[in-house]
Design a protein around this ligand. Sequence first.
Ligand SMILES: *Cc1c(COP(=O)(O)O)cnc(C)c1O
Length: 857
Amino acid sequence: MKPIRKFTVRAVVPTPLAALEELAANLRWSWHEPTRRLFEAIDPDLWRASRRDPVALLGEVAPERLAELASDEGFVRWADQERAGLREYLDEPRWFQSLGAEVPRTVAYFSPEFGITAALPQYSGGLGILAGDHLKAASDLGVPLVGVGLFYKAGYFSQSITDDGWQQERYPVLDPDGLPLSMLRHPDGTPVQVTLALPDEGELHARVWTAAVGRIPLLMLDTDIPANTDALRSVTDRLYGGGGEHRLLQELLLGVGGARAVKLFAELTGRPQPDVYHMNEGHAGFLGLERISTHIGEGLSFAEALQLVRAGTVFTTHTPVPAGIDRFDRGLVERYLTSSLLPGVDLADALALGVEPGADPATSAFNMAVMGLRLAQRANGVSKLHGEVSRRMFGDLWPGFDRDEVPIASITNGVHAPTWTDPALLALAESHLGTGDTEHADWRSDAVSDAEFWNVKRSMRLQLVEDARRRLAEAWRDQHAGAQPPKWVGGVLDPDTLTVGFARRVPTYKRLTLMLQDPERLKAILTDPDRPVQFVIAGKSHPADDEGKRLIQKLVQFASQPELRERIVFLPDYDMGMAELLYPGCDVWLNNPLRPLEACGTSGMKAAMNGALNLSILDGWWAEYAGDDFGWVIPSADAAGDAAERDALEAASLYDLLEHRVATRYYERDGDGVPTEWVRRVRATLGELAPELGADRMVRQYVEELYRPAAEQADRVAADNDRGARALAAYRDRVREAWPRVQVVHVESGGVESPHVGDELRLRAHVDLGGLTPDDVVVEAVHGRSRSDERIEQAQRTPLVPSVSGTDDAGDPAGPRLFTGSIVLDRAGAFGYTVRVVPRHPLLVSAAELGLVAVAG
Ligand SMILES: *Cc1c(COP(=O)(O)O)cnc(C)c1O
């Protein structure tokens, strides 16, 4: 029978065990192994059954067992110690405090999804898990950060696979009362409500849940409340669920509602208001408009408010794939951006922020990434290669500038080691290497013998094999009305066979089925009598992506052949819970995206942290870190004629590597059956590579390279009653008005007849400033190698200075000005130079920022 209503009754925990409730309420348990051990000890079977979720465990455990533990002094002491540890962790000074930095005071980190733990399924893939890892690392480092997102009633979706291989989606509803969340309330106990004015439907209301992620509060807005109409209650029903309008409402709620929520949160908790706003992708871009609206209410113009907002905003782009970027119909956006929602904001000003470069402003789609870049003075991609790709992809926003001047930097993603390192490795480090810090353990030390090491790796593989069998049996029962699974299901995979993992979302560019290019060849690799290979595969396709579902189907059908089904398995419903066992259980992690479409990719990092070697196209993070000891590079066939040829060539390389490099190495054993050379590489991966891949490295970089400078800049433009913002806005208007008249009229050179290295080239540039003063601009020579007529490579810039007389030779104060300077020719070979004019203002961060440049000729 189906219940008409469901809710969760929380357990009554006996007073001596109050520490358990406090520990369960803070999500630090999701990465703190000692806390998990404590909960496991309550009831090991139930712990597994409740998928290692302390809140679920406390809800299910028998009251008699709790009573028994409450009178067990040893257990009570253990729980109290863990609680004391948590409290200390929450209060003690950490890395950020050691900087003695006054800013950032608070970073508000906005993301449409957060993957903290399988028990709080508010993520679809890499973007969300990265956001979760960002919060966890910020917590460990003591960075003052607040996460802002939405609470989706059914999360993303839960995946099952029919007998003929077709993905089906289910949307089990979450009960916030059964999760470690608390509602944000006013001092009188009434729930905080955030309200957005809508054009026709009236108002959209949201309550605000908070989760404690260690030291970091995460706010999640939820529209499923009686104050809303039924239609509006479902705004936060699912992650990436609906079409244009539904998605737009979610993003308005995230951006505008989120900005309002984080302000209220600061007021209610006495924390400093955010001075930095970080947009994790474009979805939260409307937060900039909300903040502009607030500043307009304080008496600023749109242009001045924009300067204030830009100074403290950081934008991270995550994808070079157009389908990964949100674009809305302009008419739709126009309908929602009303003056009731955003008082004082002129519609035309707001719409202009989303116009794609080169498009007709009257018809352009409203592009959220483009808006993000216009609203943020600092932006970054998520690996070095992705930074380059982004500078090319978005370069048209800064026309006239070379790619390397496009103001998009890069910070390579990282993954949170305490979350993603298998407890078996942790235990090994603790028992043999004298540290519970797996990232800094000396993995090459012979305190752990190769045989011991290999044994631990085998236990991790076995754990995956058992989990896979359990999942497949469950899936079988689910698909066949509870029927017993056939016997072979209990025998899939083998704990002593080379195990290759491949799991990720299934957009086409990730090429789930590349391995099926030559099915016979793959079959031969899987069933090799001496050196067999087994594959564990998982991944969800977006519910609206039938193409992705066809790829899954193709793979599932291949894997269900009786002679292969024990060697290649597709595990349904990939999530963090599966990932926790999958990465440690693999020997090799496979990644074969179409280069350069994988912005970073983090699954290979997690695999490396668990002693898997990577077998990957040179894309994303791997393009920076690939090394012989850490795995193998699948060469990209960049010169291939078309996509089909490229797939064929890259697949052939993949098979060759698997057969002749990977499997041969893996099965090369010493007298005790240990693959010593393989183990050496795994140790190198753990000891040398893994420490580079941590989210702590990433968050430190964000603090030093983006958050601190942004916070300082925000203070600077806001000082003296927003004097800087006003000045910069006025400057920008003035320069823009004059710019069409700014021109390098003529350049004379002298000093070299037949140029040699060491000679000095003297330049005299006559520049029409169009009414601007020499202080408003930089006139500079741009010079460097120039092998073609088109480009100056590795350009250097040398400023030219106004000549003493200030005016040109002709002496006309309104005429061209003379700027002079000289360049030393420091290198032999082809040389080229030009002269250009760019805006200069102390509050601009880069020459390209205003997108204005006048180049000679
Ligand atoms: C790490 C992770 C991802 C992201 O993997 P990519 O390599 O970035 O595609 C997706 N889903 C889950 C469950 C993960 O743990």
